[in-house]
Design a protein around this ligand. Structure first.
Ligand SMILES: Nc1ncnc2c1ncn2[C@@H]1O[C@H](COP(=O)(O)OP(=O)(O)OP(=O)(O)O)[C@@H](O)[C@H]1O
Ligand SMILES: [Mg+2]
Length: 258
């Protein structure tokens, strides 16, 4: 089972759109995705409820609800048949919440919009993922989606340059398309729309899908033998060592003063 967390503390960056469209894609390919909605707005939950019985089923867990009659673990349990868990996270997630939210994540998707403010927030988010949540860049777990892109605009070029400086891959570039709003109203994803309507949108998901299927084992070099220091595997030193190139995280001029 693969766990994919979609996060960016900036509201409206496209977290729910990416999460539900990914679930729709996986379900329409015959997988058994589960959407886990941590956002009290419940947008993913609402989207699933709009789906028709004829559409590929998607199980949803309302993780934002606190049910005092049962344990948290029971509330968040994932059906055995699940092939993927897609976690939709709320806006304004605090850095201190990132370790728990990303601990078991195989992949972390950060959607970002091409504006100075969004670039600035994204840079902080990635810095917190590396420093607070101790995600190692070389594990290939973090990928950025450039969302609502209009090519050949200056902000788009700035976004591309900025992401390059972070050393984090852009795993998809998604255009600004009315199809996402139309699909959301119907409880479907662009992959479930008529192909003559959404062909251009569907194509843009291919690099993301390829990146998701690139597992850690395949991407990472063979593990080095554990040092005989008594340090627990995955301890803070291991995390710090993986982030040795932190000066690269300096904000670009366009983002720094946003
Ligand atoms: N590529 C896109 N093209 C057109 N509209 C989009 C695109 N991505 C997202 N949107 C629209 O932008 C709005 C915000 O998107 P979405 O709800 O996915 O963001 P979010 O990050 O989940 O927001 P929140 O932080 O409030 O949960 C929605 O109306 C959605 O339909
Ligand atoms: Mg949302």
């Amino acid at each position: 089972m693969q766990r994919i967390v979609v996060l960016n503390p900036k509201g409206g960056s496209g977290k729910t759109t990416i999460a539900v469209n990914l679930a729709s894609y996986l379900a329409s390919c015959g997988h058994t995705p589960v959407l886990m909605d941590f956002d009290p707005q419940g947008s993913s939950l609402r989207w699933v409820k709009k789906r028709k019985p004829t559409q590929a089923p998607i199980h949803v867990i309302a993780a934002f609800e606190k049910d005092t009659r049962t344990t948290r673990a029971f509330q968040l349990r994932v059906p055995d048949a699940a092939t993927h868990v897609i976690v939709d996270t709320p806006a304004a997630l605090e850095p201190g919440e990132l370790p728990a939210m990303t601990r078991d994540a195989d992949k972390i998707i950060v959607p970002v919009l091409p504006s100075d403010i969004d670039i600035h927030t994204c840079s902080r988010c990635i810095r917190d993922l590396l420093l607070v949540a101790k995600i190692r860049r070389e594990d290939d777990r973090i990928g950025v989606i450039a969302n609502r892109i209009r090519r050949n605009t200056l902000t788009y070029q700035a976004l591309i340059r900025f992401l390059h400086t972070l050393g984090i891959p852009i795993v998809a570039t998604i255009r600004d398309s009315q199809n996402y709003a139309r699909a959301a109203e119907l409880g479907v994803g662009v992959h479930e729309m008529k192909s003559y309507v959404a062909r251009d949108d569907v194509e843009q998901w291919l690099p993301l899908i390829a990146w998701l299927s690139r597992t850690k084992a395949a991407a990472a070099p063979p593990a080095a033998p554990a040092p005989a220091t008594g340090q627990a595997p995955g301890g803070s030193q291991a995390g710090d060592a993986g982030n040795s190139a932190l000066p690269e995280l300096a904000l670009p001029a366009a983002a720094a003063d946003a």
